[in-house]
Design a protein around this ligand. Structure first.
Ligand SMILES: [Ca+2]
Ligand SMILES: [Ca+2]
Length: 264
């Protein structure tokens, strides 16, 4: 019996490792919504590709710190992806077991074959870390789009209260995609004046679109007024600090009348 104990501990430890790996595999998987033709059985036509982009949300960014806030983390960030409502109507099942410490917020990533929205082939709710990295559900690994063929795609990054951005051109995506850094120059994003200067040579997505419809205007101001003083995960919290107050109004006023440069 005495000699049995080391084996018992080894078995228990192995079980723990296996369980942890299964959990890691589960949370690393980005459960993308794909629009693909019926499975013909030809697996060579399909693959799993990663998206590797860096992007900043102006409302969450501090030029002093050189990164974004995590002020909503963990109490206010929802475990379920928040884009399952209008205007995104994305029904993906992405869910966090826990909120990773580096997480700033959720973003919605969209892949297109052309510039028009009608060419969308897949989308997935992903994490945005304070460093600007878009990741899968563990806050570390790149998001994986399962069943999407490697090739050139326009990548659209959407956020619930910032103006969406799209890559300036179609970029090559594969199982090991290279980094595409939106933050390093204005022309990294598609269209005219697609991002805001963050004052230190970096660029970010415009804050202020409280209803996420691609345009910053009086409707967003009404939403801010309606939600004033609320402390929750609120789309009118344009400053990303967890409360709707005058600082959010300043963001709205500064960027009022801006529109997203991403085509419909
Ligand atoms: Ca709006
Ligand atoms: Ca705020």
């Amino acid at each position: 019996m005495k000699n049995f104990f080391p084996f018992l501990w080894l078995a228990l430890f192995s079980g723990m490792v296996t369980g942890q790996q299964a959990l890691a595999d589960f949370i690393n998987r980005s459960l993308a919504e794909t629009m693909l033709p019926a499975d013909t059985g030809d697996r060579s036509l399909r693959s799993n590709i990663t998206v590797n982009v860096k992007v900043y949300l102006e409302g969450a960014y501090s030029s002093v710190a050189g990164r974004m806030t995590t002020a909503l983390n963990p109490a206010l960030i929802p475990l379920n992806q928040p884009y399952n409502r209008s205007p995104w109507n994305y029904a993906g099942p992405e869910q966090l077991p826990v909120v990773p410490a580096v997480m700033t917020d959720w973003v919605l990533v969209e892949l297109r074959t052309q510039t028009a929205g009608s060419s969308m082939v897949a989308r997935s709710a992903c994490l945005l870390t304070r460093e600007g990295t878009v990741t899968g559900l563990n806050g570390i690994d790149l998001p994986l789009f399962e069943g999407v063929t490697a090739g050139d795609y326009y990548v659209v990054i959407r956020h619930r209260n910032h103006l969406a951005v799209m890559t300036a051109s179609a970029i090559p995506l594969s199982e090991s995609s290279s980094l595409y850094d939106f933050t390093m120059a204005l022309d990294r994003a598609y269209g005219a004046n697609p991002m805001v200067s963050l004052g230190n040579g970096s660029f970010g997505m415009f804050s202020g679109d409280a209803n996420g419809n691609g345009s910053i205007n009086n409707i967003d101001l009404v939403q801010w007024r309606t939600n004033f003083s609320r402390i929750d995960y609120n789309d009118a919290d344009l400053f990303a600090d967890g409360v709707v107050n005058s600082l959010d109004y300043i963001k709205w006023r500064r960027y009022n009348a801006k529109r997203t440069a991403v085509p419909n």
